[in-house]
Design a protein around this ligand. Sequence first.
Ligand SMILES: Nc1ncnc2c1ncn2[C@@H]1O[C@H](COP(=O)(O)OP(=O)(O)OP(=O)(O)O)[C@@H](O)[C@H]1O
Ligand SMILES: [Mg+2]
Length: 414
Amino acid sequence: MVEHIESPVEISLLKALNPFSPGAGRQPATLVGREHELELMDLLLARTKAKRTSQGIIYRGLRGVGKTVLLIRLQNMAQKMHMPTVRIEATGNDTDDYVELFKGLAKVSRNVVNTKFRQRILNIFENVQSMSVNVLGNGMSVMKSTGDMYGNMPHSNAYQLELLIEEISQAAQDSDLGLFVFIDEFQEMSSELMGTLITLQHRMGQENLPFYIVGVGLPDLPEALTKSRSYAERLFDYRKVGRLSYEDTALGFQNTVAKGGRKFNDEALERLVEDSQGYPYFVQAYGAAAWNQSTISPIPLEAVERGEAEARRSLDEGLYASRWQRATPAGRTYLMAMASMNDREDEENGYATGKIAECMNRDPRELSKMRGKLIELGLIYSPERGKVAFTVPGMADFIRRVKPSAEQIYDKQS
Ligand SMILES: Nc1ncnc2c1ncn2[C@@H]1O[C@H](COP(=O)(O)OP(=O)(O)OP(=O)(O)O)[C@@H](O)[C@H]1O
Ligand SMILES: [Mg+2]
């Protein structure tokens, strides 16, 4: 079957109705393969209502697997139960991260209907009167509390955070609620603030207070947490956000086009599942491109094939290029060496750092700084000692395909 869509009106209508949503943090029309995580959150919320405490939750996963989307869903679930919640994206800049946390805490009762809790929160903030001045004003990194409750001396942000979280958690418990702090890109957070939050999770647990950190980050996040506080190992339920199963991937395509009253035929679906390799971002990109290539239903294989170049382009722009540009020219030679090995198994499980050095004709010790910088930039991580892997699925393919010497990419960096 050959189908040509040429009319600009037809194309823009198709695009306007496209139910897929490729892009960082964009909620998919159908969230697939995360039922277990949603159940876990349901349980955590039910236990909180019943005044039973639990562990916080940490999710780790590669770029584009759906961590942000999941985090937002989990927060929505807590909000639906009228729990006080805060969500921040860690930046690594302590002042910014503290300001975001304080701002979130200052608004924590907005979604809560319980009047007793709301009143308690008002009182807590009256006692830390200068908070609003600080947060809404100049964002200074040290606040002074003026109320009786905390005395008149200046306190560090860490101390203020401790007081607030303790007070709010206590107030929450008295109203059968719990305080949930959702943290995206948790691995980015400074070790100091990360340590403060872990300590708080620990202390609140010991005091049986309902305070929960739900954090997401790159695969080496658990390691970063344990490095910050060794007992972090026991504090959280550590979980992985990974690739989708074959069935879930197929559902991700079929249930999404169903929202637009259409479906894919079997061949088209088979090809899409293969193209996407179970990566959620790929599902959205390949699905969106295939949708734009056909007006009929079921959508045929030819539409999927015609859309593949567009899908790759959208992934290049949305997922790869910006990450590539972040690396220094020296770091790029390292990434290129990894990609040039063209080894599927290494891509999955990590490349031996010795082998990379060999490929670059360098002494492995000379490369450790470069490697450290790439890890710090979140471009690679160490899945086990002596190995590194890309944090972005398909990055090696991108480097081989786009050939990073391609001008536009180098131009932007230099
Ligand atoms: N469970 C899912 N089912 C279908 N699509 C999903 C699912 N999770 C995420 N997506 C889609 O995948 C894309 C990436 O999601 P998201 O930004 O949450 O990933 P991420 O893991 O936070 O990536 P990064 O590490 O780059 O921040 C989005 O287009 C989103 O709509
Ligand atoms: Mg994200």
